[in-house]
Ligand binder design. Sequence first.
Ligand code: PLP
Length: 362
Amino acid sequence: MPLRSRTLLGPGPSNPYPEATVALGYPLLGHLDPLFLQVLDETSDRLRTIFGTANRRTLPLSATGSAGMEAAFVNTVGPGDVVVVAVNGLFGQRMVDVASRCGAEVIAVEHEWGQPVDASRVLAAHPAPKLIAAVHAETSTGVRSDLTPLAEGKGDALLLADCVTSLGGIPVLLDEWGVDLAYSGSQKCLGVAPGLAPFTISDRAWERRIEKPQSWYLDLGMLGGYAGEAAGSGGRTYHHTAPTGMVVSLHAGLGRILDEGLEAVHARHEEAGRLLHEGLEALGLELFAADGYRLPELTTVKVPDGVDSAAVRKELLERYDLEIGGGVGAYAATVWRIGLMGQNARPDTVALVLAALKEVLG
Ligand code: PLP
């Protein structure tokens, strides 16, 4: 395979932080080695800081972001439970699918793509659901939704948030907001390769979980021993072989973020996103996501009339080693998605993509 260095400005994966890449080359540790367990504990601590939570059950699941989604539903809802899902893009749709497969009675509250979640409509969908779910940063549309009104109005329901594209890019304050469960993915703003799903669950959600979920691999009760819950009472137990190299890399990526400072990292994403939005508009292009709700780390832009979306992406990749994403669903050929995540949320990357787009569009 040829070694090619690409600039990954699609919806993820993004180019990892150098610290995370270097850590992938460290000597491999066994999954029950005390040194590795220390790294795992520290990784959970770092995740708590970045998620804005004190949840003791916070860990990187050994799979991609979708496993975080699946773990959340499979452990909390079963046949006949009412689940309300806010759908304003592809990942809300995926939540509906996953919850339905758990046998839940799912109410999907559909929104126009490109718009944020309307909490009043979601809360009015059912008087007493077991769980309400929403995507904080919809990667398919580039839209940010405010989760606080959902938390304030949730009543006795549990609130689940998809933070795959938000974590490490924009502020996530789960405890302050009142979110009970959340998951993310290592490959976006956390600046690590794909392969891990940071996950957190509150005590409140834990007490209501399904005793024996249909998934063995994602059974949080069984994962507790691996994640250190038993640490004080006799040590860790084997559940599955943790991908130790990936956890060591995530530990390094999170360390990099915390060394730079969470606020500084968010400000860097904010600035890069703003520069890109302004630059695209200066090129005469139109942004897709609703004004006021645009994510800095994932920008959706309309493909100009008469331009072949796929041909532009191909030329960017072949001539400039630069990857951007196409649209999703009905917008597959009419929208581009440009990610500025983690390491790539910098003014020089913005200048690069704007210059390359200008050249290719002529
Ligand atoms: N949720 C959101 C918002 C995402 O952007 C993604 C991936 O792009 C996922 C869930 C699924 O994550 P993964 O592709 O890592 O399984």
